[in-house]
Every structure is written in structure tokens, then in C-alpha cells.
Design a protein around this ligand. Structure first.
Ligand code: AMP
Ligand code: ZN
Length: 465
């Protein structure tokens, strides 16, 4: 399997440290607000990354951290007169709700930064001892001029007369010494740790070095994030981790491109800032957003527009209708398998192995859906062919995860069945009433030839029948 490595600046063949295993660290959310759909694109990518390795038989250990202390968290929680725990606890719950809605599989562990302060202090002590860090009046800083490989990931080099930066968010272009530990001052209120070094709190970068080391060890296979994290965050993580252990930190650095809205950076001031909750309020199925993300290569920018999301919603609906109809389709003994099902599946797998070319893999899924549609149009399908089509679509869905999961409940099924009987009696008006009742309960009835029908989840932008 080939994967683009930001460190080598080319596609590398993936070779795990330990046979059959992948140790993967993915930079998670800062839990100070709802995540936006840009963050979500990256988190969906992490999910795909992990599923692809699992698909090829690897056992994946995936760590996604929660940054629950930083400048913004301290400022906002104090302004709102909430404890840090209350404030970040709420947004952590919202984060888990959002990722579940787009079908992100749970990571192996979601460590919180604040549960790992001891490890951070241990690393900082070693860095001080080895001469990579120094103390000032307001904190402990990393001296990037001491780390000879500084810049190997991003190409941003450490120069002479380094400036010093204490804030978590800062200049994205200039290399600077950065804070490992910030000493307490009054603006921090009661948010500090007193753990053998001066009372204070960690800088942002040290959190990831500490959690990666604690949960996955000195050297890991993959570290991932969106492209904005290459510099300074990941560059600084390398400097900290490699100075601490004396070993290579990460073999493959994998970075996903950003999501744009209407061709521009998403920002609150441009009023083009969306959360998943906003899309749901507009009536969209969160899985449509997942499908949209899958259809753009992770190394390309994804331009989000409401119109394109509407098209994905329609596509998602069509796929699910076809899959349902296929399952109910009348079976015949003859078989017209021409090898195209296996061929599509093998192209699907090749696309996955080709640096996670998910749009290409998805196109093979669509090919099989078209195959199903041809059978649906004919009103029948060979028995073996049907089994094979359903099996392969399900296999592909193991990565894509876009097929509807929930089945209509008993009450809805009963109403739909009653409607079928009314239609047989040509009682159209009462049948229509029942159809509306089913729709109100969140399902659409799609009629098949001969009076049979399937129930599919109702999507707001789709009108059926
Ligand atoms: P944060 O909560 O800001 O630390 O970001 C969480 C993750 O989302 C990080 O991997 C970021 O690089 C990523 N991210 C931030 N903005 C965007 C965006 N517009 N598109 C895609 N990913 C983003
Ligand atoms: Zn990180």
C-alpha cells in the first residue's frame, strides 16, 4: 500500500514497525466550541485512514487526543464563569455526538491533555536536562536552534536570533522558540498544575508529544492532521519528541487538505462558518456530508457549497433506494455474471491501496449500483448475481459507510403494509393518507412493480413518487 508522506515529499510504500499493526496518532479537536465542518472533514479522513488499514488486515491502534486546556479555553471558561472541566466537558460531548452522526468509528483511545500532565512534565525535565529547553521569567521554552533537524517536515528553518512565542496560536511562517510550559499568572485564575516544576500549564505542542509517547511508544507508524498543522505544530512535535527519546518520532506524516466554503476560507466574519448542527437544521442527513468528503481526494481542497451538498443528499438517497430494491428483487435461476462485479471490487481495492484514492474507490461502488439499477429496470436478477452484488456492496460499505443502517420500526411497516392492501383495493385516497403518515414518521415508500415496495429513510430534499 502506498501513502503520501509529507516527510519524504513522495508516495512511500507502507511498511509497519510491527508486522500486521499500525500505530496511528491523529491530532484531535480543541474542545472550546462546536467543531466546524472543516474539522469534520479531517476527522472523517482519520476514520477512512483507519478503516483502509483495517480492510487490509492490519490491527490499528488509533489515538485521537482532546485538547482541553489552552489559551482560548482558559479565557472563555473564565468569562463564562464555568470551571474548565464544565466548559470543555460540554464541547467534548458535542464532539462525540457530531462524529457519531457522520459514522466515524470510535478511536482506540481519546486521551485528554489534562490527564497527561505528568508525562509532559517528565518530557520537559528531560529536555531541560539535555539542554534543549531553557527557563525564562514567564515559562520554559524549547530552543529550536539546538535541534539540528528543525524544519525537516515543513522546510521552515530555524534562523539566528530566534524570537520567543508564548501563545498557542501564532505566526504560521516564522520559526520561533516556543513555550513548553507557561508559568501561572493572574489571568489563568485557578487553572494551573503544580507538579514539580513551577506552577503553570502546558503549551499546545507538548501535549501531543506526550500523549503519542504514552499511548503508542517512542516511534509510531503514522501521525496525521490537516495541512495547517504541518507548521509549527508538527515540526515542533518532532523537535520535542526526537530530542526527548533520541529516536525517530514518526515514519509517515499524513496531511489532509482543507475544506473551503464557496471557494473561501471558512470564517465567522464571512458568515460561511458551518457546524454539522447547522446542516442538520437545514434538513440535511449528516451522512450526505460524509459522502461529499469521500468524493474528494484527501490531498485536494474540498469546496463546500449548499448546492453540492444537496446533490450528494440526492445521490445518497438514490444509492439507498437501489440497494433496498435490489434486496427485494425477484430472483431467477439464470445468471448473467460477466465478471464485472469482481473486476469492480478489485479496482476498488487497488484505489484504496493507491494512497487512499477514495473518489476512485467510490466510483466502483457507483458502478455496482448501476449494475443493480439495470437489474431493477428489468425487474429481476440472477440468484447468484444478486448475492454477489449485495455482498460486494456491503464489503465496500465497510470503508465508505454510506448505506442506511436502521430499519423501519414495526409501526411504520404495519402502516406501509396496510397501504399496500388499500392500493390493491384501488382505494387511492386512503392509501395516500397512509403514505403521508409513513413520511411523517421519517420514511418514504418506494413502490416496485407488482405492488411490492421498499421503505427508505426519508430525506428532506428528495421527493419520491
Ligand atoms: P483544532 O480543533 O483547531 O485543533 O482542529 C482540529 C483539526 O481540524 C486539526 O487537524 C486541524 O488541522 C483541522 N482543521 C482546521 N480547520 C480545517 C479546515 N478548514 N478544513 C479541514 N480541516 C481543518
Ligand atoms: Zn497535535
Amino acid at each position: 500500500m502506498k501513502i503520501y508522506n509529507t516527510l519524504s515529499r513522495k508516495e512511500d510504500e507502507f511498511v509497519p514497525i510491527e508486522k500486521g499493526k499500525v500505530k496511528m496518532y491523529c491530532c484531535g479537536p480543541t474542545v472550546y466550541d462546536y467543531i466546524h465542518i472543516g474539522n469534520l472533514r479531517t476527522f472523517i479522513f482519520y476514520d477512512i485512514l483507519r478503516r483502509v488499514f483495517e480492510h487490509f488486515g492490519y490491527e490499528v491502534e488509533q489515538v485521537i487526543n482532546l485538547t482541553d486546556v489552552d489559551d482560548k479555553i482558559i479565557k472563555n471558561s473564565r468569562e463564562r464563569k464555568l470551571s474548565r472541566e464544565e466548559y470543555t466537558g460540554a464541547y467534548t460531548r458535542f464532539f462525540f455526538e457530531d462524529i457519531e452522526k457522520v459514522r466515524i468509528k470510535p478511536a482506540t483511545v481519546y486521551p485528554k491533555a489534562t490527564d497527561n500532565i505528568d508525562k509532559m512534565v517528565e518530557i520537559i525535565d528531560v529536555l531541560l536536562e539535555k539542554g534543549f529547553a531553557y527557563k525564562t521569567e514567564d515559562g520554559i521554552y524549547y530552543d529550536i536552534s539546538k535541534f539540528k533537524d528543525y524544519g525537516k517536515l515543513s522546510g521552515v528553518k530555524a534562523g539566528e536570533g530566534m524570537s520567543r512565542i508564548k501563545a498557542d496560536e501564532y505566526d504560521k511562517l516564522a520559526a520561533s522558540d516556543f513555550a513548553l510550559w507557561k508559568f501561572w499568572d493572574e489571568s489563568d485564575g485557578d487553572i494551573f498544575w503544580d507538579k514539580g516544576i513551577e506552577k503553570g500549564r502546558p503549551g499546545w505542542h507538548i501535549e501531543c508529544s506526550a500523549m503519542s509517547n504514552r499511548f503508542l511508544g517512542d516511534t509510531i507508524d503514522i501521525h496525521s492532521g490537516a495541512v495547517d498543522l504541518i507548521f509549527p505544530h508538527h515540526e515542533n512535535e518532532i523537535a520535542q519528541s526526537e530530542a526527548y527519546t533520541g529516536k525517530k518520532f514518526v515514519n509517515y506524516w499524513v496531511h489532509a487538505e482543507h475544506l473551503l466554503v464557496d471557494g473561501r476560507k471558512m470564517s465567522k466574519s464571512l458568515h460561511n462558518f458551518y457546524t454539522l448542527r447547522d446542516l442538520e437544521r437545514l434538513g440535511f442527513d449528516p451522512v450526505s456530508f460524509r459522502l461529499m468528503c469521500l468524493d474528494t481526494n484527501y490531498r485536494e481542497k474540498l469546496n463546500f457549497t449548499m448546492d453540492s451538498l444537496r446533490r450528494y443528499e440526492k445521490t445518497l438517497n438514490d444509492i439507498n433506494v437501489s440497494f433496498k430494491l435490489l434486496q427485494k428483487l425477484e430472483e431467477t435461476d439464470d445468471s448473467s455474471i460477466d465478471g464485472s462485479i469482481d473486476e469492480s471490487y478489485s479496482k476498488f481495492e487497488s484505489a484504496l491501496a493507491d494512497n487512499l484514492n477514495i473518489p476512485s474507490a467510490l466510483s466502483q461502488f457507483f458502478k455496482l449500483i448501476e449494475e443493480a439499477n439495470r437489474c431493477i429496470a428489468k425487474g429481476r436478477v440472477g440468484k447468484a448475481e444478486k448475492r454477489q452484488l449485495i455482498g460486494r456492496l456491503n464489503d465496500m460499505n465497510g470503508i465508505l459507510d454510506i448505506l442506511d443502517k436502521e430499519e423501519a420500526g414495526q409501526e411504520i411497516s404495519r402502516l406501509a403494509e396496510e397501504r399496500r392492501k388499500l392500493r390493491m383495493k384501488l382505494d387511492w385516497s386512503r392509501a395516500d393518507e397512509l403514505r403521508r403518515e409513513v413520511e411523517e414518521k421519517g420514511y418514504s415508500i418506494v413502490d416496485m412493480e407488482g405492488g411490492d415496495y421498499v421503505l427508505v429513510k426519508r430525506r428532506r430534499y428528495i421527493s419520491q413518487g
